[in-house]
Write a protein that binds this ligand. Sequence first.
Ligand code: SME
Length: 166
Amino acid sequence: MAETLIVSQTADRAAVYREIVPQIAAIIDGERDTVANLANIAAAIKQAFGYFWVGFYVVKGGELVVGPFQGPIACSRIAYGRGVCGAAYSSREVQIVPDVDKFPGHIACASESRSEVVVPIFSPTGEVWGVLDVDSDKLDYLNEKDAAGLQAIVRILEKKLSEETA
Ligand code: SME
């Protein structure tokens, strides 16, 4: 079945998140394959905002391994605690980085990345399952509003992961 994402042409990113969150919920509601759902979530965020890089890293063997994403090729693996993604993994907290050059240990997978938000994704048992990483090529661009919108998307994904293991 063809899926269509409806996105208003507005600079109000919080409004766009409010618009796409229920659409993302509907898209993944009918699909139980995790890779399919991660792929469509990354595509929906990319389509709505046009960010430089949008995607997932999934915890495998104690490190982060790249999953479905939209954007230029990326580091395949990121160690626990390394870079912004590794910091979200080890701290279990959302990372909002307005200027990646000021983040100690930032991994420059792509030199175009200037600001980023990384949201940890929790498994039904409370461990970090992976992270949602969104990178902008604009300095000081990604912010708390993105973090809130991306967390709302991650909550939908976590619910889906918990249903799959129930
Ligand atoms: N910027 C990330 C690395 C991954 S990507 O850029 C796709 C980080 O420091 O965790």
